[in-house]
Design a protein around this ligand. Structure first.
Ligand code: FNR
Length: 379
C-alpha cells in the first residue's frame, strides 16, 4: 500500500502534510485568523449535530448525484477557491482541478492562483468556475471577468468577505510573504524538508499569473493575506454587485455570505448562488460558524438561489449534516489542498475519494438513498 492508501481520513492526510511541509507553509494553509476561534467553531458547528437515522429503506444503490444549476454533479462537493496553493505542491491548482474533474465535481479557480484562467481552461475539461477578488482597479476586474467568460468558465464566484486581509498571526510570525522574502529560517526549513525544497527549486518561482504585473510593488513583502487585502477594493458595495450581475452572462455566486438579510437581497437581485462561508476562519475571527448561518439563510432565500456552504468540511457526513441544515452542496478547501500537499493530483484525488466514500456510507447508514432529495432529521 502506498502512503496515500494508508490515509483513511482527511485528518490522516493533514498529518502527512504537516510532516512533509515546512511549518510556515503548513500553518499558512492550516491556520486561521487571530485566536482561531471561528476556525475551531466551524468544525464544532458541524460535529455537534447528530443524525437521527431512518431504517428499513432500500439503500443498496445510493445516489450522490447533485443537480446544481443546469448540470448534475456526481457528488455534492465543489472545490473552494484557494490562492497560493503552489507553496504546498508544484502546479497544485491543476492537480486539484484534475482530481475534481475525475470525480465529476466542480472546481473553482482563485484570482490569486498561480495558474492563469486560460492555462487552467486548457489543462482541464469540465466544470470550471472562476472566483473574482474585486481589485481596486475596475479595469482589471473587467478584464478578469471577460477572460473567464472567453475561456468558457461556467460560473463566476465573487468573494466579498475580504475587504481587507484577516490578521493571521502565524503568517506574520513565519514571514510568509509574496514575493517570497527569504529569511534565514526559511533556508533552515528548506534544509530540513529536502523533498519539498527540491520540488520547489525545480519548479521555479511561482507568480500570481492572473494579475501578473498588475498588483504593483506597493506592499511587496507583506504577508499573503495583507498583500491580497491591500490590493482589493474595500469600497465594493451593492451597486457594484448589481453592475457585475449585468456584466456576467453565466451563473453568478457570491461567496462569504453570513447574514440572512444579505442573502435575501442577493436572491432579490438575481444572484444564482449564495455561498455561505467565513473563509475557513481566515478572515473575521469571532464570526459566526458557517454551518450555524445556513438555516436562517435557507429560510431567507426561499429556494430562489442555490446554497453552497464551506468552512470546516472534513468528513463525508458533514455534507449530509449541511444538507439537513439547508445547504444544496458543500465547498471543500483545505481538505482538497492538504491531499495535494501529500501527493499532487493523486493526493487530491484521495482526499475527494475519502469524502465521497464517507458520504455514501453515511447516507446508507442514515437511510438516505438519494442525496438531492434527502430529508435528514438532526437531533
Ligand atoms: C482560501 N480561501 C480563499 N477564498 C477565496 O475566495 N479566494 C482565495 O483565493 C482563497 N484562498 C485561500 C487559500 C487557502 C490556503 C485557504 C485554506 C483558503 C478560502 C476558501 O475558499 C474556503 O472558503 C475555505 O478554505 C473553506 O474552509 P475549509 O474547507 O478550508 O475549512
Amino acid at each position: 500500500m502506498t502512503r496515500l492508501e494508508h490515509a483513511l481520513s482527511i485528518a490522516d492526510l493533514r498529518e502527512l502534510a504537516r510532516r512533509r511541509l515546512p511549518a510556515s507553509v503548513f500553518e499558512f494553509i492550516d491556520g486561521g485568523a487571530e485566536d482561531e476561534r471561528t476556525l475551531a467553531d466551524n468544525r464544532h458547528a458541524l460535529t455537534r449535530h447528530r443524525i437521527v437515522p431512518r431504517v428499513l429503506v432500500d439503500v443498496a444503490k445510493p445516489t450522490l448525484d447533485t443537480p446544481v444549476f443546469d448540470h448534475t454533479w456526481a457528488a455534492p462537493f465543489v472545490v473552494s477557491p484557494m490562492g497560493s496553493c503552489v507553496l504546498g505542491w508544484p502546479e497544485a491548482d491543476i492537480a486539484i482541478a484534475r482530481a475534481a474533474m475525475a470525480h465529476g465535481i466542480a472546481y473553482t479557480l482563485s484570482t490569486m492562483s498561480t495558474t492563469s484562467i486560460e492555462r487552467m481552461a486548457n489543462a482541464v475539461q469540465g466544470r470550471l468556475w472562476f472566483q473574482l477578488y474585486v481589485l481596486k482597479d475596475a479595469r482589471i476586474n473587467d478584464q478578469l471577468v471577460a477572460r473567464a467568460q472567453a475561456a468558457g468558465y461556467e460560473a463566476l464566484v465573487v468573494t466579498v468577505d475580504l475587504p481587507v486581509g484577516g490578521k493571521r498571526e502565524r503568517d506574520l510570525r513565519n514571514g510568509i510573504s509574496i514575493p517570497l522574502r527569504f529569511q534565514g529560517k526559511h533556508l533552515w526549513e528548506g534544509i530540513t524538508h529536502p523533498a519539498w525544497a527540491w520540488q520547489m527549486l525545480r519548479a521555479g518561482l511561482p507568480e500570481f499569473e492572473n494579475v501578473r504585473g498588475l498588483m504593483g510593488e506597493e506592499g511587496a513583502g507583506l504577508t499573503i493575506a495583507a498583500r491580497v487585502g491591500q490590493s482589493l477594493n474595500a469600497s465594493y458595495q451593492w451597486s457594484d454587485l448589481a453592475r457585475l450581475r449585468d456584466q456576467w452572462k453565466g451563473k453568478l455566486l457570491v461567496k462569504g455570505v453570513q447574514h440572512p438579510a444579505d442573502a435575501a437581497r442577493m436572491a432579490d437581485m438575481g444572484i444564482d448562488g449564495v455561498w455561505v462561508s467565513n473563509h475557513g476562519g481566515r478572515q473575521l475571527d469571532g464570526a459566526i460558524a458557517a454551518a450555524d448561518s445556513v438555516p436562517a439563510i435557507r429560510a431567507a432565500i426561499q429556494g430562489r438561489a442555490t446554497l453552497i456552504m464551506d468552512s470546516g468540511v472534513r468528513r463525508g457526513v458533514d455534507a449530509l449534516t449541511a444538507k439537513a441544515l439547508g445547504a444544496d452542496a458543500v465547498g471543500i478547501g483545505r481538505a482538497a489542498l492538504l491531499g495535494a500537499c501529500v501527493g499532487g493530483e493523486q493526493g487530491a484525488h484521495r482526499a475527494i475519494e475519502i469524502l465521497i466514500d464517507e458520504l455514501r456510507r453515511a447516507m446508507q447508514l442514515s437511510g438516505v438513498p438519494d442525496f438531492s432529495t434527502a430529508q435528514v432529521e438532526l437531533a
